[in-house]
Ligand binder design. Structure first.
Ligand SMILES: Nc1ncnc2c1ncn2[C@@H]1O[C@H](COP(=O)(O)OP(=O)(O)OP(=O)(O)O)[C@@H](O)[C@H]1O
Ligand SMILES: [Mg+2]
Length: 430
């Protein structure tokens, strides 16, 4: 039995490009990976999915039947461009089950490949169900309001500890639009998103009159960008988005399978105030949570834990001159995942003083230091194949016995974390 990798495209804000992204993404994914089944379904009643993909007669059943528990594989029809689709419904009624039901249902569905769910511009049963079912959530943002709205979606995922599945996609971007002489709108969006600890793609989907024209007019068909707007910037951007999704899908398979030999992600403590506390030291794998030590935090997964002082010395010893300096207050490790910089990851270590000033940066040659791979897996909870842009922060001062830092130290660390992330961004290092 297979289960689909579910991608939800969601935003409470209307008209941000959800449907355009969801439908075109399906076409690009299929074009890039011909042998991978791609299926799309929509909880909206606009029939855009049907207008792009339907071939011939309307299928007998539609998404309403899925909500009644009909087998997904029976509702899926083969559509245009090799994309499978579930027909939309004019009226959907929320089932009596809680929204988490959909995830269980889809995960037990005998459907292979990728399933894209387009959602309504409202946080109703259907959107919540799609979020909870998703392995990856794409949230198009075109302005500050859409960014602010994303908080409600993140909250739903944070409650089930899946906030790391959300990625913001700057959409409908006019690359020339400016907030001021110095700041372009999309640069502001990127900055504001990272300030709020969101993962945001480092490319965007441009606003294009030609793309807008594909979905307007009197035709009952909506044409994809791939076939009818290839000469626009959006063509390359959607391809990039599809490549990003495929990288997450491939990484998901690695994570769902067995880890490479010797790589263990560590044990996370039972849910509490800090549910992502890792009990073991990432370097030696012996218990460290209740002994204290050098606190570390991974921004994306929000995993946290402690490195034994002796192990920390080993880590510092691997770094060149910066690490030896007694005034180093914090070490930031940035990882550029495969795909961003080539077939392999790039790891850099940056050192900071207590005011958040950058001392120096150096690259850590992962091939010459294989043990770093395991340390990073322990700290981030993911294999490096699944890395994209990661930031791990490590305090260079040891904290007294854990497992928690204490309220003051916690606030201080959060403050430093923001300073350091900003400094790295300004220096073009993250
Ligand atoms: N890249 C783009 N360039 C120009 N116009 C676009 C682009 N993407 C979407 N549009 C247009 O913007 C409008 C809203 O797009 P879309 O329907 O995809 O948004 P949505 O978030 O699904 O909306 P809703 O919340 O109503 O479901 C449509 O008219 C669409 O054609
Ligand atoms: Mg829509």
């Amino acid at each position: 039995m297979n289960r689909p990798f579910v991608i939800a495209v969601a935003s409470e804000k209307g008209g941000v490009g959800k449907t355009t992204i969801a439908t075109n993404l399906a076409v690009y994914l299929k074009a890039l990976r011909e042998d991978l089944p791609v299926t799309i379904a929509s909880f909206d009643n606009h029939f855009s999915v049907d207008q792009m993909f339907a071939l011939g007669d309307r299928p007998e059943n539609n998404i309403a039947a899925l909500l009644e528990g009909h087998a997904l594989a029976e509702l899926v029809a083969m559509g245009q461009y090799g994309v499978q689709f579930v027909a939309s419904s004019r009226r959907l009624t929320a089932p009596a089950h809680p929204p988490a039901w959909l995830g269980r249902f889809l995960h037990a569905a005998d459907l292979d490949g990728l399933l894209i769910l387009d959602t309504r511009p409202i946080l109703d049963w259907f959107t919540e169900a799609a979020l909870l079912a998703a392995d990856l959530v794409l949230v198009p943002v075109k302005d500050r309001a859409a960014l602010v709205n994303a908080a409600a979606l993140r909250q739903i995922l944070a409650e089930v500890e899946r906030a790391d599945r959300i990625w913001l996609v700057p959409s409908l971007v006019d690359p020339r639009a400016r907030l001021s002489a110095e700041v372009r709108v999309h640069e502001f969006l990127d900055y504001a998103a990272r300030e709020r600890d969101y993962q945001i793609l480092d490319f965007y989907i441009s606003k294009s009159p030609k793309v807008e024209g594909l979905a307007s007019g009197f035709s009952s068909c909506i044409r994809p960008v791939l076939t009818h707007a290839r000469n626009t910037a959006v063509h390359g951007q959607l391809k990039q988005l599809a490549e990003f999704v495929l990288a997450r899908f491939d990484a998901g398979i690695v994570n769902r399978g067995t880890s490479p030999a010797g790589l263990t992600p560590g044990t996370e403590a039972a849910p509490g105030r800090y549910p992502r506390l890792v009990l073991e030291c990432p370097l030696c794998s012996h218990h460290s949570a209740s002994h204290g030590g050098h606190f570390y935090f991974d921004l994306r997964s929000r995993r946290r834990g402690f490195i034994h002082p002796a192990c920390f010395g080993r880590l510092l010893g691997d770094l060149t001159q910066d690490g030896a300096d007694g005034s180093v207050d914090l070490i930031a490790l940035t990882i550029d995942g495969p795909g961003l910089v080539g077939p392999e990851c790039r790891l850099s270590a940056h050192t900071f003083d207590s005011a958040g000033g950058l001392f120096g940066s150096e690259e850590v040659e992962l091939r010459q230091r294989p043990e770093w791979q395991n340390w990073l897996v322990m700290m981030t909870g993911r294999t490096l194949d699944a890395a994209y842009r990661e930031l791990v922060l490590i305090n260079s001062e040891a904290s007294p016995a854990g497992p928690h830092l204490g309220a003051d130290a916690e606030r201080n660390f959060a403050h430093k974390r923001r300073l350091v992330a900003r400094e790295l961004r300004h220096a073009g290092l993250f």
